[in-house]
Ligand binder design. Structure first.
Ligand SMILES: Cc1ncc(COP(=O)(O)O)c(C=O)c1O
Length: 392
């Protein structure tokens, strides 16, 4: 497993690397691409081998999902997290956002509120708005360098009868918190009390840095199980976002039936033959590869921590507990939100996502994707330090 290997992604129209994308979003097509949350790292060798064998077969017609796929998925969650997913709780669909969009439609009406916890993955806002729902903010708090859920505020927002849903990001993109069981229990309690349905987006669940542990939301209590749905996918875990399908896990039978009908109505329940192969083999044989990758990513985090401590340029790391994203704090530099974005992209030459993309609560911060060779992280850090020194 050589995670240091440089792979030229410009061979294909990779979103994160494309000149058009860099120019449009960062005003610098030469910037080091570290924004979109996929990795510049090859998928596990076993996934690549199985895909090659599948491609060599030459016939890619209609297929059904094999029984062995569910077995691999269930074993993965049972063995790693003690979460027993029953086969009949699984609703496949093409992507996480797709599942979230369906669940929003199912559990709220137009004009009703969906609670999010900014700074948070910006697509939540888009999917709420495009479904004609209202965004309700329960901003995270940042006491002593660690993000926390503001439970008092959540109680207030959830108690509004117009608030129907909470989208929980577990672990949290971009701030890197891996919510604890105690925190999740409190979320479940509040949401149950006010009849708010919880959509737990757990796409980053496989990336927790020990001793932190990912707790599947639906595994927290009977309440969370019956009043929530989890959206999971191996896309981030094995770097197969361009190909993986996702799943909504819906233990409540009536809700699951509704979701199923919706998926059927819009005909989104077809099987992608390559996704099936990749996902099954990744869940079945990918544990060792993932454990090594998590260590490598922790190494990248360590590099950033040490480098920023040593150079003392007024930029600090919000210590992540998981994910392959880091949330950097530039507030000491005193830039406003747009100026920071320009400074990073143009003066430092790095395309990292400016914090205000994740809500105004993210102003002064930026998110760097570090699922990449260490050398890329080193270059980005050198660029930041040089640009800050040039300014001062
Ligand atoms: C928290 C979170 N949810 C969902 C997605 C997107 O998942 P999908 O491509 O399956 O819709 C991402 C991708 O960055 C993400 O970070």
């Amino acid at each position: 497993m050589n995670f240091d290997e440089y792979i030229d992604r410009n061979q294909y129209p990779t979103m994160k690397w494309s000149r058009a994308f860099l120019s449009e979003h960062f005003g610098n097509e030469e910037a080091i691409p570290m924004s979109v949350a996929d990795m510049d790292i090859k998928a596990p060798p076993t996934v690549i081998e199985h895909l090659q064998a599948r491609a060599a077969h030459g016939v890619y017609g209609y297929e059904s999902k094999p029984e062995s796929y569910d077995v691999a998925l269930e074993a993965w969650y049972q063995n790693r997290y003690g979460w027993k997913i029953e086969k009949d709780q699984i609703e496949p669909c093409p992507s996480i956002l797709n599942a979230i969009s369906i669940l929003i439609n199912q559990h709220s009406d137009k004009g009703q509120g969906v609670i999010i916890q900014p700074p948070v993955f910006f697509e939540f806002k888009m999917v709420i708005k495009s479904n004609g729902r209202k965004i309700v903010k329960n901003p995270l708090k940042l006491p002593n360098g660690q993000y926390r859920i503001d439970f008092d505020d959540l109680e207030i927002k959830a108690s509004d009868p117009n608030s129907r849903i909470l989208i929980l990001c577990n672990p949290h993109n971009p701030v890197g918190r891996v919510w604890t069981r105690i925190e999740l229990e409190r979320v479940a309690e509040i949401c149950e009390h006010h009849d708010v349905f919880v959509i737990a987006d757990e796409i980053h669940g496989d990336f927790a840095f020990p001793p932190h542990q990912y707790t599947p939301y639906l595994n927290v209590s009977e309440t969370s199980t019956q009043h929530g749905a989890a959206c999971i996918s191996p896309a981030k875990t094995f770097n197969i976002s361009g190909m993986a399908d996702a799943m909504a896990i819906i233990p409540n039978k009536a809700y699951r039936q509704q979701f199923h009908e919706f998926a059927h109505r819009y005909q989104i329940n077809k099987v992608n033959v390559f996704a099936s192969v990749a996902m099954e083999v990744a869940y079945r044989d990918g544990a060792e590869w993932l454990d090594a990758l998590i260590l490598y990513i922790q190494g990248n985090v360590g590099l950033i921590r040490d480098y920023l401590d040593k150079n003392a340029i007024g930029v600090s790391l919000v210590e992540p507990e998981g994910t392959f994203l880091v949330w950097l704090d530039f507030r000491e530099l005193g830039f406003d939100a747009k100026e920071l974005a320009r400074f990073l992209a143009v003066e430092a030459g790095i395309a990292i996502s400016p914090g205000y993309w994740f809500g105004r609560e993210g102003a002064g911060f930026a998110r760097m994707t570090i699922g990449c060779p260490r050398a890329t992280v080193e270059s980005a850090l050198d660029n930041i330090v040089d640009a800050v020194r040039k300014r001062s």
